[in-house]
Design a protein around this ligand. Structure first.
Ligand code: ADE
Length: 427
């Protein structure tokens, strides 16, 4: 059901889900102490006063805390989904009902709706865009050039979005500053690795109830997301095979103790396949052909292009829904099947709740502080990608450690002097 209200524009599943969303948002907040401190400061200082802001994120309990912090900062914020299958409808309802934040997101929305919401977001005439995958920025650059004048800058959450922004810069169309949140240490070391690692297996297990111990799990891609996924799959007792196209990452996987094979060889060995490459058609027709009967394939990369589902559909004689988020494709006149989870979309957000709150705490602290940085430095930043300043990254780590009750050493004056000198060597 689509609900609209004259008081506050929104397009969500069902406003009556708000009490469930409120309760779950509150629960997530227990694990988000860093963002909470930033929100409290923002409420006092109002660093985003009068800023029109669009956030295109997975609409989860963690994103709710980001949106609430942005609103506390004085932003006129509007939220849309960054993926058609990742929205938590109860969270969307609570943001509208309890926080008066306009949300345009419905779990399972079709592509037409997804793209219509992108247009609605741009109709908000944003000064700042928080993007996750760069769909809003790409739409702006392609279809709303005249609105670039309104823009102070953008922030990008994920590796795929950063790859797209780099391509835009190369093509000369990234004519405004874009903060690279993904590459902050307090983002990708934790969110991409431990967040994706845990939430991907969580999504697979919720969708299938599969026992991982003893299974052969093929992880395609050994970037930070692949590393986390392979590590956690091994931790659950799986025999993990890694596939890679990058020679350095491949050696890293070998030395981390994984078997490394081309997909052409891994395809016939795997019980479960997880793609996390950021590239397209990593699993395709020739791979489906040699897979074992009942092999399960899923994706945890940003877009639903890593598994060539068109090729699989073309080869299938029957497709049936066997569980939530679980479809069985019958091949070779029913002689074998391949099972696809979450329609090839991010399985951690489609079938589970995305990364746990404790890692999103740091990712979204980066997002919030990146927005503040853009406003503070308005007009001073060159067009193109900008790193999160190292002192901001360190401060987020310090606050996280503090919240966890962990203290660390500090350099003695003698050590400090040593690190700043080049004269002392072999004694
Ligand atoms: N991306 C991955 N997990 C997420 C979450 N829990 N909330 C928002 N974005 C995410």
């Amino acid at each position: 059901m689509t609900a609209t209200s004259s008081r506050l524009k929104h397009e969500i599943k069902d406003l009556s889900l708000a009490p469930f969303g409120r309760q779950r948002i509150e629960w997530a907040g227990r694990e988000m102490p860093v963002l909470r401190q930033i929100r409290d400061r923002f409420a006092q200082e109002k660093p985003l006063a009068g800023i029109r802001l669009v956030a295109c994120c997975h609409v989860t309990t963690e994103t709710a805390h980001l949106a609430i912090a942005l609103k506390a900062a004085g932003a006129d914020a509007l939220l849309i989904a960054s993926n058609p299958l990742s929205t938590q409808d109860d969270v969307a309802a609570s943001l509208v009902a309890d926080h008066e934040i306009p949300v345009f997101a419905i779990k399972g929305e079709d592509n037409e709706t997804y793209h219509r919401h992108l247009q609605i977001a741009l109709d908000h005439r944003p000064n700042i865009i928080i993007d996750d995958g760069s769909d809003v920025v790409a739409t702006l650059v392609q279809h709303r050039q005249h609105q670039i004048a309104d823009l102070i800058g953008t922030t990008e959450e994920t590796t795929t979005g950063i790859v797209r922004l780099r391509a835009m810069f190369k093509d000369g169309v990234l004519t405004f500053p874009a903060m690279n949140v993904n590459d902050a240490d307090t983002k990708h070391f934790f969110d991409n690795r431990y967040g994706t690692g845990q939430s991907t297996l969580d999504g697979i297990i919720r969708a299938t109830n599969l026992l991982l111990a003893g299974k052969t799990v093929v992880v395609a891609g050994y970037g930070w997301c692949g590393k986390g996924t392979a590590l956690r799959a091994r931790g659950m007792g799986a025999n993990v095979i890694v596939t890679e196209v990058d020679s350095i990452r491949a050696i890293e996987a070998v030395m981390d103790g994984f078997r490394v094979l081309p997909m052409a060889e891994a395809a016939s060995l795997g019980d479960l396949f997880i793609t996390v490459t950021g590239n397209k058609h990593v699993i395709r027709a020739e791979h489906f052909q040699v897979m074992k009967d009942g092999a399960i394939v899923c994706n945890s990369g940003h877009f639903d292009i890593e598994i060539d589902l068109k090729a699989l559909s073309g080869a299938a004689t029957e497709v049936r829904q066997v569980r939530n988020f679980t479809q069985e494709y019958r091949l070779q006149n029913g002689r074998k099947s391949v099972v696809v989870l979450g329609e090839g979309r991010l399985i951690n957000l489609a079938a589970a709740e995305g990364h746990p709150s404790a890692v999103m705490d740091m990712s979204f602290a980066n997002q919030a502080l990146a927005c503040e940085y853009l406003v503070k430095n308005q007009g001073k930043l060159e067009p193109g990608l900008h790193s999160i300043p190292a002192e901001v990254d360190r401060e987020i780590a310090r606050l996280k450690l503090q919240a966890m009750g962990i203290t660390i050493d500090t350099l003695t004056p003698e050590q400090l002097e040593y690190t700043n000198s080049w004269t002392s060597g072999t004694e």
